[in-house]
Design a protein around this ligand. Structure first.
Ligand code: ATP
Length: 369
């Protein structure tokens, strides 16, 4: 059983400038056997530190780390039965691909035949068989990345750890490697813990995602749940691209009042917001849930909540068009059909999909509904 668990894990660093700095605070999670879990968050949020603590490359300041059924707090990295793939691949430049793949097993003094078989198997899985005699510099970035993964596979570890493994690849190759990694996971049936700052990568790869900010776990959930039911404004704004729009709205008479319009609420929403009557809340809605009038009709979106606004910026992305308009002091984005006929400075009627609105408490930033 290759499950990984953090129980109240804390990591503090001490340096002269910052004094005691908490990189990871009270982290609790369980990664189940064979699960693909992605840690995501902005730079410096503590995701790499979390991964390095699983690997044993960094010792936690307090708390327990469990791998399989063992507490591994004081276990050396090489005794944790994990394999880590780094961002820079960490290949040995003077060795051939075959030597790079077999190096770890040779160190472990495994029998020659076993090493041979494992290297063959891994090269077949990863399409490296033709290049075993080459040196890393003779490979493309994507191929080097595969060798780094192959080095982990031959070790047949309980848990694979990936630290931003695709960040050195160009956008197209990243998409291709993403698909390969997903397939590899299915094929190996292994537990994978993967770190990235890229929310698209997280959403496409992770069965569950751990969203981190400033050393704290914000939410652990499936991609769909993070998208549809974000716990707070940080998660709501971080997951999804372009980011969720936020606007100020006052709850009055069972409606949400904002900038001269009153948005109606579904019965369930009105009920959940009853305790906030008279209060200023933050309304959140994703750009893809704001429609132009014509398309809303076509899609059968209820046209109860509409707003007139002047189009300030138009970004045509080919498959979609982004329109920017102002609501109070906030710039709001709508993601509309590219065939929408629109000119800069035009007054437009935008339809807000009532069923996709969220409300947050601006003080705690937690989602209410
Ligand atoms: P990135 O995406 O930039 O790699 P991250 O989320 O992986 O970011 P970490 O590398 O885990 O972030 O770092 C978390 C925090 O801990 C950062 O503020 C970083 O400066 C700090 N930190 C990391 N390693 C050390 C160290 N050895 N000494 C002091 N502070 C450190």
């Amino acid at each position: 059983m290759a499950r990984v668990e953090f129980k109240h894990v804390v990591k503090e660093y001490h340096d002269e400038k910052r004094g005691t700095f908490t990189a990871v605070s009270d982290s609790n999670f369980v990664i189940e056997d064979k699960e693909f879990v992605v840690f995501v968050g902005p730079s410096g949020c503590g995701k790499t530190t979390s991964l390095r603590m699983i690997a044993g490359l960094e010792r936690q300041s307090s708390g327990d780390i469990v791998i399989g059924d063992k507490i591994v707090n004081s276990l050396h990295p090489k005794d944790r039965d994990i394999a880590m793939v780094f961002q820079d691949y960490a290949l040995y430049p003077h060795m051939t691909i075959k030597e790079n793949l077999s190096f770890g097993l040779k160190n472990l003094k495994r029998p020659k035949e076993e090493i041979e078989k494992k290297v063959q198997d891994a090269s077949n899985i990863l399409g490296l068989s033709e290049m075993l005699d080459r040196k890393p510099r003779e490979l493309s970035g994507g191929q080097r990345q595969r060798v780094a993964v192959g080095r982990a596979i031959v070790r047949d570890p309980q848990v694979f750890l990936f630290d931003e493994p695709l960040s050195n690849l160009d956008a197209k190759l990243r998409v291709q490697m993403r698909v390969e990694l997903s397939e590899l996971h299915k094929r190996l049936g292994a537990t994978i813990v993967y770190v990235t700052h890229d929310q698209v990568e997280a959403m496409t790869l992770g069965e569950r995602i751990v969203v981190m900010n400033k050393g704290s776990i914000q939410q652990i959930a499936s991609p769909a749940k993070l998208y549809n039911e974000p716990q707070n404004m940080f998660v709501a704004g971080f997951i999804g691209s372009p980011a969720m729009n936020f606007m100020d709205a006052r709850i009055a008479g069972g409606k949400a009042q904002l900038e001269g319009v009153a948005f109606s609420l579904s019965d369930a929403m009105a009920k959940a917001l009853q305790p906030y009557e008279g209060q200023e809340l933050t309304l959140g809605i994703r750009p893809e849930h704001i429609y132009d009038e014509y398309y809303a009709e076509k899609m059968g979106v209820s046209k109860e909540n509409t707003m007139q606004a002047t189009v300030q910026v138009i970004e045509n992305l080919g498959a979609e068009t982004l329109l920017y308009f102002r609501v109070g002091s906030r710039m709001v984005t709508a993601r509309v059909n590219p065939e929408t006929d629109v000119r800069l400075g035009q007054m437009m009627t935008f339809v807000f999909d009532r069923s996709k609105m969220h409300f947050f408490d601006p003080k705690t930033e937690q989602r209410i509904v």
